[in-house]
Design a protein around this ligand. Sequence first.
Ligand SMILES: [Zn+2]
Ligand SMILES: [Zn+2]
Length: 118
Amino acid sequence: MPIQNYCSVYPDRPSAFRCPVCKRFFCAECGTEHEGRLICSFCLDDIRAAVGETPKKQGSSEKLRSILRVASWWFVVSLQLVSLILVTWSICAFLLDRLEKVPADFHDGTVWEEGVFQ
Ligand SMILES: [Zn+2]
Ligand SMILES: [Zn+2]
């Protein structure tokens, strides 16, 4: 007589796989694929509860999301840095431009008439 295992949930159904976590037998209906292997729905619930996730294949997308979060953070920081440099540079250029103009007419006393500061 061959050894036939039955599903732990439905004793009338022959088992299709053995859960690698709890080592019990289940039919195909009671199993779900998790990270490339069949696992029973009970153990899957435990795993999901432990990780705090609900949909499957969360592992890689969560990793990607954290990478994107860091990347977007760096993007924002570098963007702020670039704009800060641009603003500083334009202020310096503006001031240098004014400083170059001022001494030329300043000693002549014509600076106020020509409206350099406008
Ligand atoms: Zn299990
Ligand atoms: Zn079953």
